[in-house]
Write a protein that binds this ligand. Structure first.
Ligand SMILES: [Zn+2]
Length: 417
C-alpha cells in the first residue's frame, strides 16, 4: 500500500490559474485603454492613460507613486527653427526598493496615432483578435505587466522582490525626454522587463539596432526667379544633392542604413527658395558605426560647402545624434533569455529569440548596462498602422510567462546571480 500524502500546496499553479480567471477583465480593460487617444503629442490623453493605470495598479499597493514632468520634445520646424512641444507626464511606481532582487518594469503610455488620426477605437475582429490603436504597441503589454505583478503580490514570496515601474510618455518619439528616468532605473535594478509586443509568431527580440534622427538645414538666399535668379542661392537644389548623397550611404557600411524621410523647402515657384530642411534616420549595428557616421556626415557637408563656396551665400547646419545605441546580447541579457525560455517551456511556449532592426527602451537600458528582455507584451502585429492587432489569448499566456519568472525567482527555484 502506498502512502497517501496530501497534494502539495502549489502556490505557483494557483496564481497561474488565477490569471485565466482574470482574462476577460484584462481584455475589457485593454479596450478601455485603447479607446483613450494617447498620441505622443496629446499630452492630456497621455495623462488620462496614466490616470487609468494609476487607479488599476493601486491594487498592488505600491509604496510610492509619482507623476514626473519631462522636458518638452524639441525638433526642427519647416523653416529650420527649433520648436518645442509639451509632453504628458511619466508615472513611476515603486515597491520594496530594499528587497534582495530589484526588477525594473517599463511600458510606454504613448502611441503613434495623433488625436486627428482616423484610427481611434478598438474593435474585435474575431474570437481571438482585437484591432485598435496601441492594443499591441504597447497597451496590451501594460496589462500583461499588471497581471504578472498581481500574481507576484498574491504569492507568499512577494517580499523577496522589489519592483520599479516606469510608464513613460514619449517612447514612440525616441524617449529623449524620459531617457534620464530610464538611466536612473538602470542604475538601481538588477534587470529590466519591457512590455513591447512579441513578434506576430510569438518570438522575442535579441539584438536590436541603434537609431538616431538627424536634420540638415540648408539656408540659401531668396531672389526673383525671372529678374535676378543669379542673385539667389537655391536651398532646395543643394538640399536635393545632399538627400541623394545621404541615400547613397546605404550599402557603404555593413549593418548601417540611412532613410531620408522628409524634405521640405520652397513655396512660390517664382522665388528662388532660401530654406530647405532634410530629415533622416540612421540605424547602426555596432558602437563604432557612430564614429564612421559622424566622420562621413562631416565630410559630406564639407564637400557641399566647398563646391558652393565660390558662390557664397549658403549656410549648412547639421543637428541630431544616435540617441539609442545598438543593443547587443550581454551576458546578463543572455541569462535572462535563458530563464524566460525555461519558464516558457513550463507553459508550452517554445520562445525563439531573434534580432531586429527596430529599437526601443531596451536599447537605452542596455546602454546603461542593465540586462533586459524588451518585448514581453502581447502577441500582435501590423503595429504603427490602422491594421494593428493583438491575439486576445496572449494576454493570459504572456502574463503567465512573466508571472512564472517572478514566482520562480522569488521562491528561490531560479536564481538571478
Ligand atoms: Zn512600442
Amino acid at each position: 500500500m502506498t502512502s497517501n500524502s496530501s497534494p502539495a500546496f502549489n502556490p505557483t499553479a494557483d496564481v497561474l490559474s488565477s490569471i485565466d480567471v482574470q482574462a476577460s477583465i484584462l481584455r475589457n480593460e485593454l479596450v478601455s485603454l485603447s479607446d483613450i487617444n494617447s498620441g505622443s503629442f496629446n499630452a492630456a490623453g497621455v495623462d488620462a492613460t496614466a490616470d487609468r493605470l494609476a487607479r488599476l495598479f493601486a491594487s498592488l499597493a505600491p509604496s510610492s507613486s509619482e507623476r514626473i514632468e519631462v522636458a518638452p520634445f524639441r525638433s526642427t520646424d519647416d523653416r529650420g527653427e527649433w520648436q518645442e512641444k509639451p509632453l504628458g507626464r511619466a508615472l513611476r511606481l515603486r515597491k520594496r526598493p530594499d528587497a534582495p532582487l530589484k526588477i525594473f518594469f517599463c511600458g510606454h503610455l504613448d502611441t503613434v496615432f495623433s488625436i486627428s488620426h482616423s484610427f481611434q477605437k478598438a474593435r474585435q475582429l474575431d474570437a481571438d483578435t482585437l484591432n485598435g490603436p496601441g492594443v499591441a504597441d504597447l497597451k496590451g503589454g501594460l496589462l500583461v505587466m499588471y497581471a504578472a505583478l498581481t500574481a507576484l503580490e498574491q504569492s507568499p514570496y512577494a517580499e523577496r522582490i522589489g519592483w520599479e515601474i516606469l510608464f513613460n510618455p514619449d517612447e514612440e518619439i525616441g524617449s529623449r525626454s524620459s531617457a534620464p528616468l530610464l538611466a536612473e532605473a538602470a542604475a538601481r535594478n538588477h534587470f529590466g522587463l519591457i512590455y513591447e509586443p512579441a513578434y506576430a509568431d510569438g518570438g522575442l527580440a535579441s539584438e536590436r539596432k541603434g537609431s538616431g534622427n538627424f536634420d540638415i538645414i540648408v539656408r540659401g538666399r531668396a531672389a526673383h526667379a525671372g529678374r535676378n535668379p543669379e542673385d539667389g542661392r537655391n536651398a532646395v537644389a543643394l538640399a536635393s544633392e545632399l538627400a541623394v548623397a545621404l541615400h547613397g550611404l546605404n550599402g557603404q557600411r555593413e549593418g548601417l542604413t540611412v532613410n531620408v524621410g522628409y524634405v521640405h523647402g520652397g513655396g512660390a515657384l517664382n522665388i528662388v527658395p532660401d530654406r530647405c530642411v532634410v530629415k533622416f534616420n540612421v540605424r547602426t549595428s555596432q558602437a563604432s558605426d557612430e564614429w564612421w557616421l559622424q566622420e562621413t556626415l562631416d565630410q559630406l557637408l564639407i564637400r557641399a560647402n566647398t563646391r558652393y563656396a565660390a558662390q557664397g551665400g549658403f549656410e549648412l547646419e547639421l543637428r541630431g545624434a544616435i540617441t539609442r545605441p545598438p543593443k547587443p546580447v550581454s551576458a546578463g541579457t543572455a541569462r535572462l533569455q535563458a530563464l524566460l525560455g525555461d519558464c516558457g517551456r513550463k507553459i508550452g511556449l517554445d520562445l525563439a529569440f531573434r534580432p531586429t532592426g527596430g529599437c526601443c527602451d531596451g536599447n537605452n537600458l542596455a546602454a546603461h548596462g542593465l540586462a533586459n528582455v524588451d518585448n514581453l507584451g502581447v502577441v500582435g502585429g501590423d503595429i504603427h498602422s490602422d491594421r494593428e492587432w493583438m491575439r486576445i489569448s496572449s494576454l493570459a499566456e504572456r502574463s503567465k510567462l512573466s508571472a512564472l519568472l517572478l514566482l520562480r525567482l522569488a521562491s528561490g527555484e531560479l536564481s538571478w546571480q
